[in-house]
Design a protein around this ligand. Structure first.
Ligand code: PRP
Ligand code: ZN
Ligand code: MG
Length: 226
């Protein structure tokens, strides 16, 4: 589906924690859609605003490539993408437009229950498993700590038990995953929630007016939710 310049395309999570609330929030802005057969693309009916249902981790890249105009994604995913780009000397391509007030969680360093946590210096020389190597590297540099980073795209919490890492750096929401894996939160490196991500500069074509209208409606809905 080539990007149409007279419609807005918003990427949201296909399944997982943010997908349904993201869709509900956009619906409360007066949007409605006709679903495609495979349910991956939703064609906007009340307004020319379409949805693309994807893996959350793919949303920053879709924005960067101009495949989507906006995305609803965790701040952690957006900032990780930016941190990895920055690490490779590449400039920012998108930014957080609005925090959306749902999907709250923390990116924490978590350590085995048996550890007595004494501070970041304790991580010196340790191996840290994470799906957020960019954010972790940035934080470690700020703390002037040198540690090994073990990149895992999922099941990070099991790494210490497997002897793959000493500690982890992962998202914590209820804390149940940590408890189930005999880990405990030690320090928070980022507070996250769902955000609307979008372009650095306003659109200069018809999408600019559409985007303004959508943001006005969104701000109205978010005010009501407070
Ligand atoms: C995150 C994180 C933990 C879990 C923590 O994964 O990686 O596994 O949530 O939540 P809790 O504190 O409420 O137990 P998530 O399921 O969001 O996504 P993922 O499949 O990409 O790991
Ligand atoms: Zn994910
Ligand atoms: Mg998980």
């Amino acid at each position: 589906v080539p990007a149409a310049r007279d419609r807005l395309r918003i990427a949201i999570q296909k399944s997982g924690r943010l997908g349904e609330p993201a869709r509900a929030l956009l619906a409360s802005c007066g949007l409605s859609w006709r679903e495609s057969r495979d349910k991956l693309f939703c064609y906007g009916e009340t307004l020319p605003v379409d949805l693309l249902l994807v893996r959350d981790d793919d949303i920053p890249g879709l924005l960067a490539d101009g495949v989507c105009d906006y995305g609803i994604v965790g701040r952690n995913v957006l900032e990780e993408f930016a941190a990895e780009r920055a690490g490779g000397g590449k400039p920012a391509v998108s930014k957080e437009i609005r925090p959306l007030g749902f999907g709250g969680c923390r990116l924490d360093i978590a350590v085995p229950d048996a550890w007595e946590w004494e501070g970041p210096q304790q991580l010196q020389g340790k191996r840290i498993a994470t799906s957020y190597p960019g954010l972790l590297a940035k934080w470690l540099a700020e703390q002037q700590v040198e540690a090994g980073v073990v990149m895992l795209s999922g099941s990070v919490e099991i790494a210490p038990r497997l002897g793959q890492a000493d500690v982890i750096c992962d998202l914590v929401s209820s804390g149940a995953t940590l408890v189930a894996n005999q880990l405990k939160p030690a320090v928070t490196i980022m507070q996250s929630e769902a955000v609307l991500a979008g372009p650095l500069q306003p659109f200069s074509d018809i999408r600019g007016e559409l985007a303004q209208m959508l943001l006005r409606r969104l701000d109205g809905v978010l005010r009501l939710k407070d």
